[in-house]
Design a protein around this ligand. Structure first.
Ligand code: ADP
Ligand code: MG
Length: 902
C-alpha cells in the first residue's frame, strides 16, 4: 500500500484528522489522546486493569474501539488493478488511514488501530479481541464485530479455524484458547451458542431444525437473550473447533437451501463464561456491593457472567435494489434491514441522539449491549485495496469512524449464584440432618448405656442391702441362740446348784447364787440391749444409705420400698426376740421364786426328788466295793469269797481294825446283792453280824453299807422274818432316827419298805416303830429317801387292804393311826414320779377300806383320789382310783354333797 501510495504520489499536506468528529463532541478528542496507543501497545491485561476491584453495578466509560484492516490484493486485483494504486494508504504508526479521493486529494482518518495487509492474525487478535476477551474473563460483556464489504476478510479475521496452519487461526479460535487457559474447570464454565441471522430470522447453526429463535428481553433490566438457542458446554479447544466447523457446515447448507450467500447473513457466536469469584476478591466485591448484610455462611457464591459475542456481519455493500441477485425488493429490504438499522443506531449513538432505534431490527436488538450498552466492544472494519470499490470502502471507513464515537458504560456482570447457594445449603442440610441423626443415635446409645449402668447399680445396691440384711438377721439369730443357750446353761447351773444346796441344806448360799444368776442375767440382758442398739444403729446407717441411694437412683424407688418393708419385718422380728427375752427373764424369775419355794419346803422337811431306787443303791455299794478292793488286786468278789470263805469274811466284821471292818462289810453287802448268796450269808450268821454292826458301829459308812446289805437281804420273805425276829425293825428305826446321811437313810428306808410288804409282819413292824421311823426320815427331804418312804407306805397299805378284803383286818389303817395321812396327802402330787406313783397306790389301797374313808375325807385325801381318777397318767392307777371312789358309799356321799361328778 505504501508503495502504492508513494507510487501514486498522493501524500498530501492537509491531513483530515477526525474529519467526521465534530468539535462539539468532546469524546473523540479524548479518544485521540494517548490512551489509544497505550491500550494497543499493552500486550496483556490492558484496559481491564483499570476496572479491577470495581464492584457490581459500577459503570465506567468504555468507548467502542475500532480497528481497520486492509486485505492484501488478491490474485484478481493484482491483475486487474495492476495499473492502479490502492485507494487507501495506511500509516500504522500514526494509526492513520488516508483515503484517496483522486490523484491529488485524500482524506485522513485516525483509528484505534490500523492493521496493514501484513498484519498477522496473531497481532490482529491481540490488538482487537484480546482486551475484550480479558474483560469477558473479568465478568464483563464483550463484543468483537467485523464490518466490511464482502470479500474484505471479515470471516478470514474472525472465523478461520487454522487447522493446517495455526498462524492462520482467527479471533474466535484464539479467544476460546485464551478463555480455556484462564478459567478454572472445577468452578467455572463455558457454553456456546452459534446463530445465523438472515432476513430477520434467527437460525441455530448448532441445530438446523431450530430455525426461528425468538429474542427474549428482560423487561426489568432490558437484557437480551436467546434462550431457544442450543447451548453447548465447552470443555476443550478441540470440541470448540468441531462446533465451529459444524456451525459453518450448517451455515453453508442453510444458505444453499435458501439459495443465498453466506455474505448476506450475519453469523453470531455467543460465548458465555461463568466464573466463580473467590477469596478476597469476592469479599471486596461484596463489601463494595450488595452482599454486606449477608452472614458469611449463607452468603451465596459470587459469580461473574461474561458474554463474548463475536459477530461476522453480512457484507456491508449495498444490495442492488433492482434485485439483480434474484431477490425481490422486499427481500432486498429485509436482507439489508439489520445492517442498515445497525448503521442508524450507531449514527444515533455517535450523535448522542436521544432516540436510538434499537428495536428496528433483530441485529440491533441482539447487539443492544454492544453499542451504547455495558459491553466492551471492539469493531474491526475490513477494507480491500481496490480503487474500484472506493465507494464501499469509504462507507466502511465512515461506519468505523462513527462507531468510534459510541461510548459504552462498561459494567461488570456480577451476581450471586443463589442456585448454587441453594445446592450448597441442601448439601449442608443433608450433612446436618445426618449429623443430627448420628448424634441422636449416640444420645440414645448413651441413654441406654446409662440406664443399664443405673440398673446394674440398683441391683448391686439391692444385693448389698439384701446381704447386709441377711448378715444382720443371721447375727441376730446367732446372738439369740447364744443367749438362749447361755440362759439354759445358767438355768442348768442353777438347777444343779439348787440340787446340791438342797442336799447339803446350805440355805445361806442359795440367795447368793440366785443373786449371781440374776446379775449374770442382767449382764446378758445388757449385752442383748447393746447388740440391739448396735443393730439399730446399723439399721439407721443403712436407712441413711438407702436415702442416699434414693436420691441418686430415683428409678429404684419401688425396690427401695420393698427393702424398707423387709426392714420393718426385721424390726418386728427383733421385737419378737425382745418379747422372748422378756419371757425368758420372767421364766428365770419364776425359777428363782421356785428355788426359794423349794428351799423353804426343804426347811419344812418337805419332799424332794427321789432319783434312784434301791437297785441303784446296791449297785453303788457294789461299785464302791470294787473300787475299794481295786488298788492293784482286782480279784472278783466271788473269787475272794471262794478263796477266803464266807465264815472268815463274816468274822472280819468284828475285826479290831476299822478299815478291815469297812472292807468286810462292803464285801458282805456286795455278796448280799446276789440272791444266790443271801441264804448262805444268813445261815452263816451274816444277818446277825450286820444287825450288830448297825447297832454298835459308830462309823457312818459301816452303818450305811450294813443297812444296804440288810435291805438287800430284806427282799427275801424268809429273811424278813429273821430280821424281825432279831429285832431288826428296832435297830433300823434307831438308825433312821440317828442318821443324817441321805444315803444311809435311803438304805434304812429301803430295808423298812421291803419289810412293809410282808403281810405277816404288819403288826410287829408297826409295833416296833417301823412306820414312825419311815415317816421320820422324810425330814431329810432327799428324793431318793422320800421315794423309799413312799414305797414302804404303799407296801404297807397294800398289805392292809389285802387283809381287810380277806376279812382279817377290821380296824382303821395303822398308817392313819401313826399319822402318815398328812404326808401322804401332801406328796400325793409330788413332781418326782416314783414318789407320786407309790403314794397314789397307797391312797387307792387305803381307800378300799371303808373304815379309812372318814379320815381320808377330813385329811383331804378324797380330793387327791378324785384328781388321781381324772389326771393320773397311768391308766391302771386311774381305773383303780375310780373304782375305789365309786365303790365307797362314804366317798360317794361326800362327792354328792360337794356336787362333784365322778
Ligand atoms: P468476507 O468474509 O469479508 O466476505 P473473506 O474472509 O471470505 O471475506 O475473504 C475473502 C477472501 O480474501 C478469502 O479468500 C480470504 O482468504 C482472503 N483474505 C481476506 N483477508 C485476507 C488477508 N488479510 N490476507 C490474505 N488473504 C485474505
Ligand atoms: Mg465472510
Amino acid at each position: 500500500m505504501a508503495s502504492n501510495g508513494y507510487r501514486n504520489g498522493i501524500l498530501k499536506g492537509s491531513v483530515k484528522v477526525e474529519k467526521l468528529s465534530p468539535s462539539s463532541n468532546p469524546k473523540p478528542s479524548s479518544i485521540k489522546s494517548k490512551t489509544t496507543s497505550t491500550q494497543v501497545s499493552s500486550v496483556r491485561r490492558s484496559s481491564p486493569a483499570s476496572l479491577g476491584g470495581v464492584g457490581s453495578g459500577v459503570k465506567v466509560p468504555g468507548r467502542v474501539r475500532v480497528a481497520v484492516r486492509l486485505r492484501p490484493r488478491n490474485a484478481e486485483e493484482q491483475v486487474a488493478d495492476a495499473d492502479f494504486a490502492d485507494c487507501v494508504e495506511l500509516q500504522p504508526e500514526l494509526k492513520r488511514l488516508k483515503l484517496r479521493k483522486n490523484n491529488w486529494d485524500s482524506d485522513t482518518y485516525e483509528f484505534d488501530e490500523v492493521l496493514t495487509e501484513f498484519a498477522s492474525q496473531k497481532r490482529v487478535y491481540e490488538v482487537v479481541a484480546k482486551p475484550v476477551v480479558e474483560s469477558v474473563l473479568d465478568g464483563y460483556n464483550g463484543t468483537v464485530m467485523a464490518y466490511g464489504q464482502t470479500g474484505t476478510g471479515k470471516t478470514f479475521t474472525l472465523g478461520r479455524l487454522g487447522e493446517e496452519d495455526t498462524a492462520a487461526r482467527g479471533i474466535m479460535v484464539r479467544s476460546m484458547e485464551d478463555i480455556l487457559a484462564d478459567i478454572c474447570p472445577e468452578t467455572d464454565s463455558i457454553s456456546v451458542s452459534y446463530l445465523q441471522l438472515y432476513m430477520e430470522t434467527i437460525q441455530d447453526l448448532l441445530d438446523p431444525t431450530n430455525d426461528n429463535i425468538p429474542i427474549v428481553e428482560d423487561p426489568k433490566t432490558g437484557d437480551v437473550s436467546v434462550p431457544g438457542a442450543t447451548l453447548v458446554e465447552i470443555r476443550n479447544q478441540h470440541s470448540f473447533v468441531e462446533l465451529l466447523r459444524l456451525g459453518e457446515a450448517h451455515r453453508f447448507a442453510a444458505n444453499t437451501k435458501l439459495n443465498t450467500e453466506s455474505s448476506r447473513s450475519h453469523a453470531i457466536l455467543m460465548v458465555h463464561v461463568k466464573r466463580c469469584v473467590k477469596g478476597s476478591e469476592a469479599a471486596l466485591s461484596i463489601e463494595n456491593g450488595n452482599g454486606s448484610h449477608m452472614s458469611k455462611n449463607f452468603r451465596p457464591p459470587l459469580v461473574r457472567k461474561g458474554k463474548l459475542v463475536v459477530v461476522d456481519l453480512a457484507g456491508s455493500e449495498r444490495i442492488d435494489k433492482s434485485g439483480s441477485e434474484g431477490h425481490t425488493l422486499e427481500e432486498a429490504k429485509s436482507i439489508n434491514l439489520s445492517l442498515s438499522a445497525l448503521g442508524k443506531c450507531i449514527n444515533a449513538l455517535a450523535e448522542n441522539s436521544p432516540h436510538v432505534p434499537v428495536r428496528d431490527s433483530k441485529l440491533t436488538r441482539l447487539l443492544r449491549d454492544s453499542f451504547g450498552g455495558t459491553a466492551r466492544t471492539s469493531l474491526i472494519v475490513t477494507i480491500g485495496p481496490s480503487p474500484r470499490h472506493r465507494g464501499e470502502t469509504t462507507s466502511t471507513i465512515m461506519f468505523g469512524q462513527r462507531a468510534m464515537k459510541v461510548e459504552n458504560m462498561v459494567k461488570i456482570k456480577e451476581e450471586f449464584d443463589y442456585k448454587s447457594l441453594s445446592r450448597r445449603l441442601d448439601i449442608q442440610l443433608d450433612k446436618l440432618i445426618a449429623e443430627h441423626e448420628r448424634q441422636q443415635k449416640a444420645f440414645q446409645d448413651e441413654l441406654e448405656r446409662i440406664t443399664i449402668e443405673a440398673q446394674n447399680h440398683i441391683s448391686e445396691v439391692e444385693r448389698n442391702y439384701a446381704e447386709a440384711l441377711e448378715n444382720e438377721q443371721s447375727r441376730y439369730q446367732k446372738d439369740y441362740k447364744e443367749s438362749i443357750k447361755k440362759l439354759e446353761e445358767q438355768w442348768m447351773l442353777n438347777q444343779q446348784k439348787l440340787n446340791s444346796d438342797r442336799a447339803r441344806v446350805e440355805v445361806k448360799q442359795e440367795p447368793l447364787d440366785m443373786g449371781l444368776a440374776v446379775a449374770e442375767l442382767q449382764k446378758s440382758l445388757q449385752n442383748e440391749i447393746n447388740l440391739r442398739k448396735a443393730a439399730e444403729e446399723e439399721v439407721n446407717s443403712l436407712k441413711s444409705q438407702l436415702v442416699q441411694w434414693r436420691r441418686s437412683e430415683a428409678v429404684g424407688n419401688a425396690e427401695v420400698l420393698k427393702l424398707r418393708k423387709l426392714l420393718e419385718d426385721e424390726e418386728h422380728q427383733k421385737e419378737k426376740l425382745e418379747e422372748e427375752i422378756a419371757g425368758l427373764r420372767s421364766q428365770l424369775l419364776q425359777l428363782s421364786f421356785e428355788a426359794d419355794e423349794t428351799r423353804r419346803s426343804l426347811d419344812r422337811g418337805g419332799s424332794g426328788k427321789i432319783l434312784t431306787g434301791l437297785d441303784s443303791l446296791m449297785s453303788q455299794v457294789r461299785n464302791s466295793q470294787i473300787k475299794d478292793s481295786g488298788n492293784g488286786q482286782k480279784a472278783p468278789i466271788v473269787n475272794l469269797f471262794e478263796q477266803v470263805g464266807l465264815q472268815k469274811i463274816l468274822s472280819l466284821l468284828e475285826s479290831e481294825d476299822s478299815d478291815v471292818r469297812i472292807h468286810a462289810v462292803k464285801v458282805v453287802a456286795n455278796l448280799a446283792a446276789e440272791e444266790a448268796n443271801q441264804e448262805k450269808i444268813v445261815q452263816a450268821g451274816g444277818l446277825t453280824s450286820l444287825l450288830m454292826l448297825l447297832k454298835s458301829s459308830e462309823d457312818e459308812m459301816i452303818r450305811r453299807v450294813a443297812a444296804g446289805a440288810i435291805a438287800n437281804l430284806a427282799m427275801n420273805e424268809t429273811n424278813q422274818e429273821l430280821i424281825m425276829d432279831q429285832g431288826g425293825i428296832s435297830l433300823l428305826s434307831m438308825t433312821a432316827a440317828d442318821a443324817d446321811d441321805p444315803q444311809t437313810l435311803r438304805m434304812v428306808a429301803g430295808a423298812i419298805a421291803n419289810l412293809c410288804g410282808n403281810d405277816k409282819l404288819q403288826i410287829t413292824l408297826r409295833g416296833e416303830g417301823g412306820i414312825k421311823a419311815l415317816l421320820g426320815m422324810v425330814r431329810c427331804g432327799h428324793p431318793d429317801v422320800l421315794a423309799q418312804v413312799a414305797r414302804g407306805i404303799a407296801n404297807f397299805a397294800k398289805c392292809e387292804s389285802r387283809a381287810s378284803s380277806q376279812g382279817t383286818k377290821a380296824g382303821r389303817s395303822l398308817l392313819i393311826d401313826d399319822g402318815a395321812l398328812p404326808w401322804i396327802v401332801q406328796n400325793a402330787n409330788n413332781e418326782a414320779s416314783p414318789i407320786r406313783r407309790h403314794i397314789e397306790l397307797a391312797l387307792c389301797h387305803l381307800a378300799q377300806h371303808e373304815v379309812n374313808a372318814k379320815d381320808m375325807i377330813s385329811g383331804g385325801a378324797l380330793w387327791e383320789l378324785v384328781r388321781i381318777s381324772r389326771d393320773c397318767s397311768r391308766e391302771d392307777i386311774r381305773t383303780l382310783a375310780n373304782r375305789t371312789l365309786t365303790s365307797s358309799p362314804t366317798f360317794q356321799a361326800e362327792l354328792r354333797r360337794l356336787r362333784i361328778e365322778c
